[in-house]
Design a protein around this ligand. Structure first.
Ligand SMILES: *Cc1c(COP(=O)(O)O)cnc(C)c1O
Length: 488
């Protein structure tokens, strides 16, 4: 069994196994002609159920054969140009190489004595990101598992900063007094975080959005004023730079102004919009982000990195102390005096992956401009897709894209019942998924069912978009035809 442990003696075994696995995946990527096989849960689960985990196969080739059967054949492939659904990106090769290196060396980024150079590489990438945002000389941050954790940590810091010395706050005052302001299309992790942070059920004040799905700052000002007059404590405003559904960017400069005026922590959730930090053409769309107290970035969304790769950045490094705990065995207090950089002092996690290495190899191979160019391409593609949709009488399209998302709905001329149109759109999405020809997402707008493209693949063309729109229309028409037959 020791031959399976990675060490100097097994280096050759490692090389062969990984190469065999890489060969399979490379062959798969080269030959998949659809983003999905269309497999159903009922078809796939017996194959996985039948495997006896207590009877190992032993050799790599048999294990990979089995993996083909239970996973690779039917996986959803984000690299395929007709995968247009969620905020998943095809990944860049330097990052995949990074993934292989980081798991083989298996550094843990909690302490210097488990990572050495890894710690410094992560710190340099944090500084690089903070500089791109423009957070100033005292900025810091840490890599996290994703935007959800980044938002949670940012709001933890905001909660701690809001407590002492805030007007209306006396020690022992209930957490129920704290309020977070976020738009109606902000990410649900804001509400989850509020719950985890022990805030009351009314903690998140939902601010309406305008026609372009951006937070209405007049409404925000009104709610901040009301909060103050009701003797409540404004804890944070969460501005979203790239909403998950629409890619809309809240008016950051106006929100920063209000945060300054009311002394409130400004958090910018740029999980999606962070791609603009590298953009060569559209960086100005997130102007104002530099005024944030904290920022969430998901490199695994718009920097073409494999999951997971994310970070939370803060304007003032000192605020990270709210996540600091010391353990004698790990990061004793004296190490701070000795200036030993232990990243666990800043993190909600303890053992932590060296995800930063993926971004490092990406920047060292392609440069930030390489990433920015790819992201600009998908933003431009979304603009072309919008033009196609706006000119197509079969479709109603919601907002002109700021990033790379399109939300639209099939609207047949002959059908007027909105519930029937809902069903046709729902059916089209499902039928398309079952066919495996393309994968699209869906959401609700104004209580009605819409479809969504999240375009993150520069290999997707306007012709792909046009073809998928035809497929959707075909499925929807078929459904409506059948439902006519049912009615008659
Ligand atoms: C995706 C997303 C998140 C959550 O990030 P995960 O990496 O999925 O945890 C938070 N906010 C926004 C705006 C997002 O799009």
């Amino acid at each position: 069994m020791r031959s399976h442990l990675l060490n100097g003696l097994t280096a050759e075994h490692y090389r062969r196994s990984v190469t065999e696995g890489v060969e399979r995946v490379a062959a798969k990527l080269a030959t998949t002609d659809r983003p999905f096989s269309g497999v159903t849960v009922d078809a796939l689960s017996p194959r996985i159920d039948a495997i006896d985990l207590d009877r190992p196969l032993g050799d790599t080739a048999s294990v990979l054969d089995e993996l083909e059967d239970v996973y690779l054949r039917d996986a959803v492939y984000f690299h395929h140009p007709r995968y247009l659904a969620h905020l998943n990106c095809p990944v860049v090769i330097p990052a995949v190489l990074g993934e292989a290196v980081l798991s083989a060396v298996n550094s843990s980024l909690d302490t210097w004595d488990q990572s050495a150079g890894g710690t410094l590489i992560e710190r340099k990438l944090i500084d690089w990101t903070a500089r791109r945002i423009g957070l100033g000389p005292a900025a810091d941050g840490v890599f996290t598992s994703g935007g959800t954790q980044s938002n949670l940590q940012a709001l933890l810091l905001a909660r701690e900063e809001a407590k002492p010395g805030t007007a209306g706050w006396d020690e022992g005052a209930p957490l129920a007094k704290l309020r977070i302001f976020a738009s109606e299309v902000s990410h649900f992790s804001v509400k989850k975080s509020a719950k985890l942070l022990g805030l009351g059920p009314d903690a998140v004040v939902v601010i309406p959005v305008d026609h372009d799905k951006r937070m209405q700052t007049v409404a925000l000002a009104h709610e901040l004023e009301r909060c103050r007059s009701e003797d409540l404590v404004p804890m944070a405003v969460v501005a979203t730079a790239g909403t998950t559904d629409f890619g809309s960017i809240d008016p950051l400069p106006e929100i920063a102004e209000l945060c300054a005026q009311y002394g409130v922590w400004m958090h910018v959730d740029a999980a999606y919009g962070c791609g603009l930090l590298a953009s060569l053409k559209h960086r100005d769309r997130i102007d104002g982000i530099e005024r944030a107290d904290s920022v969430t970035v998901d490199y695994h969304k718009s920097f073409f990195q494999p999951v997971s790769s994310s970070a939370v950045l803060v304007r003032d490094a000192a605020t990270l102390r709210h996540a600091t705990y010391h353990a004698e065995y790990l990061n004793p207090r004296r190490m701070v005096q000795e200036r030993i950089p232990n990243q666990v002092d800043k993190s909600l996690q303890t053992t932590r992956r060296f995800d930063a290495l993926k971004l490092w190899l990406t920047l060292r191979t392609m440069g930030a401009d390489g990433i920015g160019q790819l992201f600009d391409e998908v933003c431009d593609l979304a603009r072309q897709g919008w033009e196609l949709l706006a000119a197509d009488p079969r479709y109603d399209v919601v907002v002109r894209p700021t990033l790379s998302t399109l939300v639209f709905r099939y609207i047949p001329a002959a059908v007027t019942d909105p519930a029937e149109i809902d069903r046709a759109n729902l059916h089209a999405r499902k039928a398309l998924f079952a066919s495996g020809d393309a994968v699209v997402a869906g959401t609700k707008v104004g209580g009605r069912h819409y479809l969504k493209f999240t375009l993150l693949n520069p290999e997707t063309s306007a012709a792909d978009i046009a073809a998928v729109l035809d497929l959707i229309a075909g499925h929807a028409e078929q459904y409506l035809g059948e439902s006519l037959d049912r009615a008659s």
